[in-house]
Design a protein around this ligand. Structure first.
Ligand code: ZN
Length: 139
């Protein structure tokens, strides 16, 4: 086992490539299944293809931001990760979201995405990630 001294995450391989954030993120991610962590790292990689991202953790979720938060990892199961993308328009016409819910007290609709395998990062999901990323840029 190897523990990254910067983010406190533990890995099987020495110097394993990973998203390296601060310790709060390490604490959020430690103890998660290998599959969930792999999906998480793929998610960050996909979004990093669009532009630079920052991450921080709250007690219950990970916030992914450009200038402001635009995507939230709200749950990490053994076999999946749940990601929420808020949009001002409900995109009902889609194949990827499990559920769309109005956020109380705001104009946003939360779009719930469950990622279960690397194949789930398809063109549709990537286009919504890009849309969400654009919302994360300060105007
Ligand atoms: Zn690290």
């Amino acid at each position: 086992m190897w523990t990254c001294s910067l983010c406190d995450r533990t890995f099987r391989q020495q110097n394993q490539h990973h998203y390296c954030g601060d310790r709060t993120i390490g604490h959020f991610l430690n103890g998660r299944s290998e599959k969930a962590l792999a999906l998480f790292d793929q998610l960050i990689e996909k979004i990093s293809d669009i532009g630079p991202v920052k991450l921080h953790a709250t007690k219950s979720m990970l916030v992914i931001s450009a200038d402001v938060g635009f995507a939230y990892v709200i749950q990490m199961g053994k076999e999946f990760i749940d990601v929420v993308l808020p949009f001002e328009t409900p995109y009902e016409d889609n194949l990827c979201f499990r559920k769309i819910g109005k956020v109380p007290g705001s104009n946003d609709f939360n779009h719930h995405l469950r990622i279960m395998s690397a194949d789930d990062f398809n063109a549709e999901v990537c286009s919504y990630l890009a849309k969400a990323y654009a919302n994360g840029k300060a105007v």
